[in-house]
Design a protein around this ligand. Structure first.
Ligand code: NAP
Length: 303
């Protein structure tokens, strides 16, 4: 491993999982960690999320050759500014944020002259905070690296090696493409889950007990996604606005077609669509990106 000292800024689900994964897969690598919240720093220290937990971001990054920002998307620029003057020459700064174009700009603005190569491990759970992280989070999951134009290819290769060492499979693409792909595979599904759970809760005076009692009918799976961190997802929708709106328009058109199929009692159109979508689910399981068990194997991943 060409990185010997790694600083992790933000010690919640992602930061904590990186710290634990480095400890388990790269035992010779030293980690430092910092979180803005003193209670999180204390808990991170108790759980050993990094070798050394520092009281400031500047102390955490000062000897690091790789710094990874694991804070909410909207906090990236300010978090980077906090340690900008403490970085050592030759350092690589990366992140794990769920949208990429606005973060790339924010980090480049905050860190002029510093090598910045953003990344997004497509791995997570609905839990957040320092107790949520676990070492195997990235195992067999994709990590998308989005090098800015003119990024040093040797640094890109080193970052690829790092993520592969943590068990991830790596893909390299540009930030704009990442943001469109993730809008449809992650951001719109979260938007739908938040909306449907909101719709059901608005009906709760009439049907509160039924919503909970019969949730296994499908609603339950939406509630898992809709329990995701509000700060994180607010920031994702504020930052990936254009791609989300584009995919949302496409989704609304498809939803309108589905509505028409119901109005017209067009069973064939529904059957064809549901057959196609069932095949997609089966290929996701076949590719090892989910588990066919009813609880999606989640009981194995308690952090
Ligand atoms: P999290 O569990 O809430 O952890 C984020 C931590 O960063 C919190 O402890 C937060 O403290 C702290 N923080 C906020 N601003 C800071 C600053 N300026 N300096 C230092 N620490 C700061 O969130 P997460 O789920 O790990 O998400 C972190 C990043 O990973 C986000 O950008 C998200 O988009 C991305 N991501 C998340 C997932 C997922 O499934 N959760 C998956 C892939 C990528 P406070 O709580 O006090 O603000």
């Amino acid at each position: 491993m060409s990185f010997h000292r790694i600083a992790i800024i933000g010690l919640g689900l992602l930061g904590g999982s990186i710290g634990l994964a480095v400890k388990s897969h790269l035992p010779g690598v030293q980690t430092t960690g910092y979180d803005a919240d003193p209670a999180v720093r204390l808990r991170a220290s108790e759980r050993g999320l990094a070798d050394v937990i520092c009281s400031t971001a500047a102390k955490a990054v000062k000897d690091a050759d790789l710094v990874i920002l694991c804070v909410p998307v909207g906090a990236m620029g300010a978090a980077a500014q906090e340690f900008a003057d403490a970085l050592k020459p030759g350092v690589l700064v990366s992140d794990v944020g769920s949208s990429k174009a606005t973060i790339t700009q924010a980090l480049q603005d905050a860190l002029p002259g510093v090598a910045v190569i953003p990344a997004h491990p497509v791995a997570g759970t609905e839990n957040s905070g320092p107790d949520a992280g676990f070492a195997s989070l990235f195992q067999q999951r994709w990590c998308i690296i989005t090098p800015p134009e003119r990024a040093d290819s040797k640094l890109v290769d080193r970052l690829v090696d790092f993520w592969e060492a943590l068990g991830a499979m790596v893909e390299v693409m540009d930030a704009a493409h990442h943001d469109r792909v993730l809008a449809v595979t992650s951001h719109i599904p979260h938007l739908i889950a938040y909306t449907i759970v909101g719709t059901a809760s608005d009906l709760e005076e009439v049907t509160r007990s039924e919503v909970i009692k019969y949730s296994a009918g499908g609603f339950r799976d939406f509630t898992r996604i809709a329990a995701s961190d509000p700060t994180m997802w607010r920031d994702v929708f504020l930052n990936n606005r254009e791609a989300v709106l584009e995919m949302l328009d496409t989704f609304l058109t498809d939803l309108a077609h589905m509505r028409e199929s119901i109005i017209a009692s067009d069973g064939e159109a529904m059957f064809d669509l549901f057959t196609k979508t069932r095949a997609i689910r089966r290929s996701i399981v076949a590719l090892g990106q989910d588990d066919a068990r009813p609880d999606f194997g989640r009981s194995d991943h308690k952090g």
